[in-house]
Design a protein around this ligand. Structure first.
Ligand SMILES: Cc1cc2nc3c(=O)[nH]c(=O)nc-3n(C[C@H](O)[C@H](O)[C@H](O)COP(=O)(O)OP(=O)(O)OC[C@H]3O[C@@H](n4cnc5c(N)ncnc54)[C@H](O)[C@@H]3O)c2cc1C
Length: 290
C-alpha cells in the first residue's frame, strides 16, 4: 500500500506572512508544511530599520528576519527549501508541486509577496532581458566613481538608497513626484546621509553602453543624462499569484500578506494577516462555526 501524507495546510512563502501563519497553525496543532524558495524572512531582510514591530525599539531588517528564522527553528516547524511551481486541486485536496515533489493538503496558504513592477521607460525591457536591472539592493556590487541609479522615490527606494549609501555606494534617487512622499524619520536620514534626489522628472530612455547604463530624463523642460553601473527599480509591485492561476477549488485556499492586494505592505500587517489566516483555516478545518 502506498502511504501518502496529507497535511492540514501547506504554506508557501516564509516571509512575515508565511511565518505568522505557520506559527499560529503550529500553536493550533495543525499538521503543516512551510515551503520557501529563498531565505526565511522574505523582503523584510532588505529593510534598514524597522520601526513598527511589537517591540519597544526599532531593529534592522536582518534582525527581524533572524526572529522569523528562530520562530521556524524553535517551534520545530516542518520546513523545506524549494520553489513551488504550481498548485492544483483534486477531489477536495490541494497538490503543491515543487521541482522535486508533490505535497498533498486539505488547505493551502499562499504568502508569496509581490512581483516588482517595471516602470514604462523606453529601453528598460531590453535591459531587463539582459539581466542589467536589480530589484533588491542586497547583493549589488559597489563600483568606484559610478553611482547606483535608484528609480522610485517611495519608502522602499529611499530606504534602499540609505542602505546603499551606508555601505559605501554613491547613489542617486529619481522620482516623478515633485517631492519625496516618505515618513519624516526616513526623510531625515536621506538628508543626513546627503543622498542626491532628483524630483519632478520624466523618464525618456534608458540604455546600456558597454558596462555603463545611461538614463535620459527631462526636468523643467531640460534634458539630462546620468551614467551608472546598475539600476535599482523600486516602483511597487503586484500580488505574486501565478502559482494558483486557473485553480478551480478556492474554498480552502487563502492568500495573505503582501500577496493580498488589499493590504498595505508592512511586515506587522503581513505577520498579523498570516495569524488571522491561520485562525480561519483552523476554524474551517474543524468544521466549527466562528
Ligand atoms: C527595502 C525595504 C524596506 C522595508 N521596510 C519596512 C519597514 O520598515 N517596516 C515594515 O513594516 N515593512 C517594511 N518593508 C515591507 C515588508 O518587508 C513587507 O511588507 C513584508 O516583508 C511582506 O511580507 P510577506 O510575507 O507578505 O511577503 P515577502 O516578505 O515578500 O515574502 C514572500 C516570500 O515568499 C517566497 N516565495 C515567493 N514565491 C515563492 C514560490 N513560488 N515558492 C516558494 N517561495 C516563494 C519569497 O521568496 C519570499 O520569501 C520593507 C520592504 C523593503 C523591500
Amino acid at each position: 500500500m502506498i502511504y501518502m501524507r496529507i497535511y492540514d495546510v501547506v504554506i508557501v512563502g516564509a516571509g512575515p506572512a508565511g511565518v505568522g501563519a505557520a506559527l499560529q497553525c503550529s500553536i493550533n496543532g495543525l499538521k503543516l508544511l512551510l515551503i520557501e524558495k529563498n531565505e526565511i524572512g522574505g523582503r523584510i531582510r532588505l529593510a534598514r530599520r524597522v520601526e513598527n514591530l511589537l517591540l519597544d525599539k526599532s531593529i534592522s531588517g536582518d534582525d527581524a528576519s533572524g526572529y522569523l528564522k528562530k520562530i521556524v527553528l524553535n517551534r520545530g516547524i516542518d520546513f523545506i527549501e524549494g520553489e513551488v511551481k504550481k498548485i492544483n486541486s483534486f477531489e477536495g485536496r490541494y497538490i503543491t508541486y515543487t521541482k522535486k515533489r508533490a505535497y498533498y493538503s486539505k488547505s493551502v496558504i499562499v504568502a508569496t509577496g509581490f512581483v516588482p513592477n517595471i516602470p514604462e521607460i523606453a529601453g528598460i525591457d531590453e535591459l531587463y532581458r539582459k539581466g542589467r536591472i536589480s530589484f533588491e539592493w542586497k547583493g549589488l556590487k559597489r563600483e568606484v566613481d559610478s553611482p547606483m541609479l535608484v528609480i522610485g522615490g517611495g519608502e522602499v527606494g529611499c530606504d534602499s538608497a540609505c542602505s546603499l549609501k551606508e555601505n559605501g555606494f554613491d547613489v542617486i534617487v529619481f522620482s516623478r513626484s515633485e517631492k519625496l512622499n516618505i515618513n519624516p524619520i526616513l526623510l531625515q536620514d536621506v538628508n543626513r546621509l546627503g543622498i542626491k534626489v532628483i524630483n519632478g522628472i520624466r523618464y525618456e530612455e534608458v540604455f546600456a553602453q558597454g558596462n555603463v547604463i545611461i538614463l535620459n530624463i527631462i526636468k523643467n523642460r531640460k534634458r539630462y543624462f546620468f551614467r551608472g553601473k546598475s539600476i535599482l527599480i523600486t516602483v511597487g509591485g503586484r500580488p505574486n499569484l501565478s502559482i494558483i492561476e486557473g485553480i478551480s477549488e478556492r474554498e480552502r485556499l487563502f492568500v495573505c500578506g503582501d500577496a493580498n492586494k488589499d493590504n498595505y505592505h508592512q511586515a506587522s500587517i503581513a505577520f498579523g494577516d498570516g495569524i488571522n489566516t491561520a485562525m480561519r483555516v483552523t476554524q474551517i478545518l474543524s468544521g466549527r462555526p466562528k
